[in-house]
Design a protein around this ligand. Structure first.
Ligand code: ASP
Length: 441
């Protein structure tokens, strides 16, 4: 197909996505994942091209988050407004994450996917992904002897912001805390003194946004490559052998996305849900193809402002923090996966333990890095805590990428629903079509 100049970016990305998944899946089915030609193409062409795009986006995340948050906080000019926006975002995040984890738990406890997987499949998967699992378990953070409150303090407040950002992946919670604090300081020193610093950071923000626009031009080809690499290696067969588990995750994500978010958008943001989803489709496609909330942040910031009319200061605050700290899809996924693996391991969780996992999954949605497979280290940690062998993570690694693509969409859309809610409640004029009477409750 010849792509004409006038075809919008999201349509070209979608084309790359479908074509890449189709070409990879068909090659996998015809040639088999072990075909040397196919493996060579994936490792030497499509994977480097896809990673080039993804790494460019991630490269821009630290300057983007810092400049966007400081400019956003200082742009509010008033500490009280900042406080209100902060409290609303926090309450919204906690309520929505709890709903998402409860949906996941209900599905995992009714469908009981861990009791439906055939033992030989579970055995095969454990063997096939054993090496990857070992690497993941070795890299996962270990539990420290710190008291719970101390852990929270340490994970939010770094002692050196440069050490925080030089980690891989960067410590986003630490960076965000510093940016927020710095933004508050800047607001308090008065406009005249703050002006030069703000001017500089606004310039940084604009320049980074321009770089992102340039990177996004590569998106159609890069997304083709990312999808081709994935489906040529894994095919679609794995999804069916883990059908009950994947089905429970996907059903939960769909209920949250189209049920809970639609209600939130209609009731709290007073927007037409269909129109809302239509306006943010570029963001959804970008999240799906990159599997990274952080890499999608720039697109989300632009689309939320241009297509929905959310004011820039609210976007900078809610979306930037939300990319790391508001991950409903991740929280749901983590809850279902932990229950699934516990069921499979025959570990019967008491009500108290289930409540603990529920609480941890909600926290997981806040603390998980917004990068591909950011959930895995967290799940390993919780498995060890509840007495399930962490190496069992091997069972889900093969389907993680596709589930990651879906949960990242839910994560990012959740940030935008939060931003529209906060904007509406702060009296902003959102771009909209009127909400039809049926949902205008
Ligand atoms: N990939 C997800 C995100 O960036 C995080 C995860 O659940 O792995 O939002």
């Amino acid at each position: 197909m010849v792509v004409k100049r006038g075809v919008p970016l999201h349509a070209r990305i979608l084309f790359g996505l479908v074509a890449g998944a189709g070409a990879g899946g068909i090659s996998n089915a015809i040639l088999g994942a072990s075909s040397p030609g196919l493996a060579w193409t994936a490792s030497n062409i499509t994977e480097p091209v896809g990673q080039f795009f993804l790494r460019l986006l991630l490269l821009l995340v630290v300057p983007l988050v810092f400049s966007s948050l400081v400019v956003g906080v200082a742009g509010m000019r008033d500490i009280r407004r900042l406080g209100r926006v902060g409290v609303k975002s926090l309450v919204y995040t906690l309520v929505m994450s709890t709903i998402s984890v409860v949906i996941g738990f209900t599905l995992a406890n009714t469908i009981r996917p861990g009791e439906r997987i055939r033992p030989e499949i579970s055995q095969q998967l454990q063997e096939r992904y054993a090496v990857d699992a070992e690497k993941q378990v070795a890299a996962a953070p270990s539990t420290t002897a710190d008291a719970p409150l101390m852990k929270v303090v340490k994970s939010i407040v770094p002692t050196n912001v440069f050490t925080a950002i030089s980690k891989d992946p960067p410590d986003m919670l630490g960076l965000m805390f510093f940016a927020l604090f710095f933004g508050v300081g800047l607001t308090l020193i008065g406009e005249a003194r703050a002006k030069p610093v703000l001017g500089l950071l606004e310039g940084v923000f604009e320049a980074v946004a321009k770089c992102i626009e340039l990177v996004m031009r590569l998106a159609p080809i890069a997304v083709f490559c990312l999808l081709f690499t994935m489906t040529s290696r894994f095919g679609f067969g794995l999804l069916s052998s883990l059908g009950w588990y994947s089905g429970a995750v996907l059903l939960g994500l769909s209920l949250h996305m189209f049920g809970v978010y639609s209600l939130s958008v209609a009731w709290l943001s007073r927007l037409n849900p269909l129109d809302f989803f239509r306006r943010i489709k570029t963001v959804m496609i970008t999240a799906f193809s990159t599997s990274s909330s952080n890499a999608t942040l720039p697109t989300a910031l632009r689309v939320s402002e241009e297509n929905l009319g959310v004011p820039r200061d609210i976007n900078s605050f809610v979306l930037t923090i939300g990319a790391t700290a508001n991950q409903n899809g991740t929280a749901l996924f983590e809850g279902v996966t932990i229950l699934f693996l516990a069921q499979l391991a025959g570990v019967d969780l008491t009500m108290g333990q289930q409540l603990m996992v529920l609480y941890l999954a909600i926290l997981g949605g806040i603390g998980t890095a917004g990068i591909p497979s950011g959930s895995i280290p967290f799940i390993i940690l919780v498995l060890a805590t509840i007495g399930v062998n962490p190496a069992m993570i091997a069972i889900v690694l093969g389907v993680d990428r596709i589930l990651d693509m879906c949960r990242t969409v839910v994560n990012v859309v959740g940030d935008i629903t939060a931003a529209t809610y906060v904007a509406r409640s702060e009296g902003a004029d959102l771009k909209e079509r009127p909400v039809p009477a049926a949902v205008d409750l």
